[in-house]
Design a protein around this ligand. Structure first.
Ligand code: 3HC
Ligand code: NAI
Length: 726
């Protein structure tokens, strides 16, 4: 709805009302139109102000509404034009957010006043769309093509101060925005409106417009990787530079409809709601976000300043949480300190107001130590030492003795059993997994793992910590590899099996990169370091001296196994760090991967030795075996109650594993492929490779197909009683 009131006899106020973010649903827009007509018809009204309820202007069109057929075909532009054509001055009072259609409504107004804390933007591109309320035509006319193109193609939110500099708003106020807008409205009564109607303005010229646009397009295409929206946003803005306003609007509508009906927009809108859904966590024991409260974290500690620890410290400092950073000895401490300081310097430079906002030179905010006694007063500890169970247990036992009883003890283990780690303490209810992703100060995913004894308060505190660190926290149960890595294992396994059977790293990577992954499995493995998984395999008795004599080279525990990655490690090929892995690099630490004839020869010899008949493997098989085995594991995870819904797995993959967001996540992708097809393909591959359990279709997947392939949001209702492995 939109509420019509008067601030004085001369000033009508139209307040957009649709909690929580005043999304522009059809009833809101119709009420806005009614308000405009009423103000127009009332001769005593001399000016109009549009604002939003509850300190928010509007977050734009109702995203839920895009999936409802009845709202299709209603153009927001119609309402924006109505505002602009109004014969009485219309002032937008922008508080909170004016995003997407919300900003387009403000662009239809003749004047804009914003609160200093307001944020504005056209984030449609992030949900697979373009601004479809004539924003692609008005914004370039107001602030010029370069700034408009940046805002529209990135979807970034801009603060009010920047909006003022760009000329997007006329005034920024620190106090009452509504009063400031009323003052401005009274001041402009009677002034000519023609120059304020953006549709009548020309797009400001650039001396080198064509060259600028060509360059921008090349850059966009490089980044977009089959993601349609940025390029169509670009085309709409280009139309503004080439066509009269009305024709530009027609072009915008045409492009908007292409995107609206694209699978990509549906996937991205699904991802938008999935990210919000996972915040409402539940466990099979009945604890949930509704019945658990987080404890405040005034001070934290991080143990181990290696690859992960240094990023975690950086994240905490950035969130203004005082940190104690602890290492095993002075040598490691100094190396860790230097690395943390370097990261913080870089982050400070990236931050808007510069280094002053990151108070990391103050020992009260960031303390480096080798003394566990320094952890006595912290509220939460994050352990990030080597992936080694005895070491982790030793540390947790020590923490349990030293830290205050209320302190939470978190582990950054990537796969180990949370319950076993917790068993070393006298407070297993305070132990929780906080699995960050590398680089920890950049990657947004935080997998939060509860063990058998973890209290709801500990889960809620970890979730709250994730929010404070600006991460996307996803709560999952405890099993080897948790949700993310457990699904990754079969994916990587298939990639290696494909090499055995005749493919090459570059061919497999290409297929998955074409699908939209930032890097394929072999480039990823070279980046992360092959030695990490090798150590883990040796620890689990799969590789090295602990393998019992007489074990067939390509079999472990009756299942197919590939010793190829072990072979590379035995040759000192750990990936980028050694300059050689699945690819060769210009030097140790180099980043440019080149196909390596050495590896191709080794593959040929390997196939000969093991009598594997080489065959040509097409792209479809590469894609399906890698992705469907990963998805298959996802169905098992759901059936076991490790994750409480497919959205959780999708959010994990989008934010932790570089899954292309415009494909919605692996489980969403499976729903678009169709579960019967996924099942049929898995059955076929499983028959061809009976010794590969990961290809054997999950019972839950089979059940969903048997009940008629229901939509993703109904999947969980087919699990009669979610069993929990705990
Ligand atoms: N439509 C429908 N629901 C919306 C919405 C929208 N545009 N924006 C937010 N919501 C819902 C969320 O789903 C959430 O619902 P829930 O409480 O049931 O989970 C609730 O509003 C609160 O949202 P957040 O949890 O995200 O709250 P925050 O305070 O963290 O963030 C926000 C607020 C910055 C406004 C953020 O919600 C956001 O970015 N919203 C989307 C903005 C956007 O993409 N707008 C463009 C829409 S498309 C458009 O306008 C097309 C036009 O050009 C034609
Ligand atoms: P790392 O080897 O880079 O760093 C580990 C650090 O712990 C070293 O600096 C070491 O000196 C320190 N350490 C060892 N024993 C210690 C002790 N007794 N007291 C204090 N410090 C001690 O390891 P990395 O990669 O940072 O991994 C840490 C943890 O994070 C592991 O559990 C790993 O599985 C997990 N993880 C790693 C990821 C990665 O990509 N590297 C991703 C996600 C989780």
């Amino acid at each position: 709805m939109a509420q019509y009131t008067s601030a004085s006899t001369a000033l009508a106020v139209i307040r957009l009302r649709n909690p929580p973010v005043n999304a522009l649903s059809l009833p809101v827009l119709q009420a806005l139109e009614d308000g405009l007509k009423r103000a127009d018809a009332d001769p005593s009204v001399k000016a109009i102000m549009i604002c939003g309820e509850n300190g928010k202007f509007s977050a734009g069109a109702d995203i839920q509404g895009f999936s409802l057929p009845k709202t299709r075909g209603i153009s927001l532009g119609h309402f924006v034009s109505l505002i602009e054509r109004c014969e009485k001055p219309v002032v937008a009072a922008i508080e909170g957010v004016a995003l997407g259609g919300g900003l387009e409504v403000a662009l239809g107004c003749h004047y804009r006043v914003a609160h200093v804390k307001a944020r504005m933007g056209l984030p449609e591109v992030t949900i697979g769309l373009l601004p479809g309320g004539e924003g692609t035509q008005r914004l370039p006319r107001l602030i010029g093509v370069p700034a408009a193109l940046d805002i529209i193609t990135t979807g970034r939110h801009i603060p009010a101060t920047e909006a003022l500099k760009l000329g997007l708003v006329d005034e920024v106020v620190e106090e009452n925005t509504i009063e400031a807008a009323i003052r401005l409205a009274n001041k402009v009564i009677g002034q000519p409106l023609e120059p304020r109607r953006l549709s009548l303005r020309p797009v400001p010229k650039l001396p080198n417009m064509e060259a600028f646009l060509s360059e921008a397009l090349v850059k966009l295409k490089k980044q977009a990787r089959r993601y349609l929206a940025p390029e169509l946003c670009f085309q709409a803005v280009r139309a503004a530079t080439e066509l009269p306003f009305a024709d530009g609007v027609r072009k915008e509508r045409e492009l908007f409809n292409v995107l609206l009906t694209s699978g990509q927009a549906q996937a991205l809108q699904y991802a938008f709601f999935a990210e919000r859904a996972v915040q409402k966590w539940t466990t099979p024991h009945g604890s949930s976000w509704q019945n658990a409260s987080p404890q405040p974290i005034h001070k934290a500690a991080v143990i181990g300043l290696g690859t992960m620890g240094r990023g975690i410290v950086t994240s905490l400092v950035k969130a203004s949480i005082p940190v104690v950073a602890l290492e095993q000895n002075l040598e490691y401490l100094n190396t860790g300190r230097k690395a943390v300081m370097l990261l913080l310097e870089r982050e400070a430079m990236k931050m808007e107001q510069g280094a002053q906002t990151l108070d990391f030179h103050n020992p009260a905010r960031l303390q480096f130590t080798v003394d566990f006694d320094a952890l006595r007063d912290v509220d939460l500890v994050i352990e990030a030492v080597f992936e080694n169970m005895p070491l982790k247990k030793e540390i947790f036992q020590k923490l349990s003795r030293i830290c205050k009883p209320a302190a939470f003890l978190c582990t950054n283990t990537s796969a180990l059993n949370i319950d076993e780690i917790a068993s070393a303490t006298s407070r297993p209810q305070q132990v929780v997994g906080t699995h960050f992703f590398s680089p920890a100060h950049i990657m947004r995913l935080l997998e939060i793992i509860y063990g058998h004894h973890t209290s709801p308060t500990a889960i809620a505190t970890a979730v709250q910590l994730g929010k404070v660190l600006k991460k996307v926290g996803v709560v999952v149960g405890n099993c080897f590899g948790f949700a993310g890595n457990r699904m990754m294992f079969p994916y990587v396994e298939q990639a290696v099996f494909l090499l055995e059977e005749g493919s090459r790293p570059e061919a497999v990577d290409q297929v998955l990169e074409d699908f939209g992954f930032k890097i394929g499995p072999f480039r990823m493995s070279d980046l992360a370091g092959l030695d990490v998984a090798w150590r883990s395999r040796k620890g689990r008795g799969l590789a090295g001296d602990s393998v019992p004599p007489g074990t067939p080279a390509r079999q472990r525990h009756g299942r197919r196994y590939s010793p190829l990655p072990d072979l590379l490690c035995e040759n000192g090929r750990f990936g980028q760090k050694t300059g050689k892995g699945w690819y060769q690099y210009e030097k140790a630490g180099g980043r440019t991967a080149k196909p390596d004839p050495w590896l191709h020869n080794v593959l040929t010899q390997y196939r000969d030795t093991h009598h594997i008949k080489t065959r040509f493997i097409d792209q479809e098989e590469i894609l399906e075996r890698c992705l469907f085995s990963l998805i298959n594991e996802g169905f098992d995870i759901l059936a076991e109650g490790i994750a409480s819904g497919p959205e959780h797995l999708d959010v994990i993959y989008i934010h932790g594993y570089g899954w292309p967001k415009h494909r919605g996540g692996p489980m969403f992708y499976a729903s678009t492929v169709g579960l019967p097809r996924v099942l049929a393909k898995l059955q076929r591959y499983s028959e061809a490779h009976p010794d590969v359990p990961a290809l054997r279709p999950s019972t839950f997947l089979k059940k969903l197909v048997a009940v008629g392939n229901p939509p993703l949001k109904e999947w969980m209702s087919y699990l009669s009683r979610p069993s929990n492995k705990l």
